[in-house]
Design a protein around this ligand. Structure first.
Ligand code: DC
Length: 231
């Protein structure tokens, strides 16, 4: 069976990774969370003092890009691949509101994007991949057979993210999460290099009023149809 490439883009906290993981498992494809790679670089920059409140030393980060090694290792018990930075599992560290606050700025740096895009293309070179992010259908895999663009209202997305953070035990306010979602939308859509835009041939999925199962079923059927069409 000929495998295809599935690109899932969209605004932050639209549930892209949840549906992408489930889709990859159902199809026996590899799942790659490209946002986790930008988060890993951000975590590295924070740990090394290159980025903090009101301060971002871009050049220092660029000078150290070759020291950053990002990898994914499949965790059998979780059923998905976790992200590693220079051999250390940082899956939990990259999901904090602190990292979320700085990641959009790091993602504007063209040198960072260039390096991560090459690695993402390499992960997908054998097809059979579901990758989610912001520029997957437009920049990383413009030839992807199936492209989805996920969207939902900022309030719905903030509520989902807030529930997740509270469940993890983080102390955050809904207002702070909503502000972060809105600010990331703005930076992601207006940055110069690879802004978040919907590819002309992408299918828009507004999941404001869909539950996880409904959304999965809709997307799974699209994938099955596309795979059949390509075989
Ligand atoms: O999907 P996420 O929220 O984990 O992504 C974190 C940030 O990384 C997001 O604010 C924008 C950036 N990003 C990007 O610019 N390009 C990608 N392909 C994936 C994420």
């Amino acid at each position: 069976m000929h495998k295809i490439t599935i690109a899932i883009d969209g605004f932050s906290s639209t549930g892209k990774s949840t549906v992408a993981k489930r889709l990859a498992t159902a199809l026996g494809y590899v799942y790659v969370d490209s946002g986790a790679m930008y988060r890993a670089v951000t975590f590295y920059a924070m740990k090394n003092g290159f980025i903090a409140e009101n301060h971002f030393n871009k050049q220092q980060l660029i000078n150290h890009l070759d020291d950053i090694n990002i990898d994914f290792k499949f965790n059998e018990s979780l059923g998905f691949a976790e992200v590693y930075l220079n051999g250390q599992n940082i899956e939990k560290d990259i999901r904090t509101l602190d990292v979320s606050q700085f990641v959009s700025q790091v993602a504007t740096v063209s040198e960072v994007r260039e390096q991560l895009v090459l690695q993402q293309q390499n992960f997908g070179k054998n097809k059979g991949v579901v990758m989610d992010g912001r520029d997957i259908g437009t920049v990383v895999f413009p030839e992807a057979e199936l492209k989805l663009f996920m969207t939902a209202s900022a309030e719905k997305r903030a509520q989902r993210r807030y529930d997740e953070l509270i469940e993890r035990g983080d102390e955050v306010s809904f207002e702070a999460v909503l502000k972060n979602v809105q600010s990331r939308d703005h930076i992601d859509s207006t940055r110069e290099d690879s802004p978040l835009t919907m590819a002309d041939d992408a299918i828009k999925v507004d999941n404001s009023n869909l539950n996880l199962d409904e959304q999965f079923e809709f997307i799974y059927n699209l994938a099955i149809d596309k795979i059949a069409e390509c075989n």
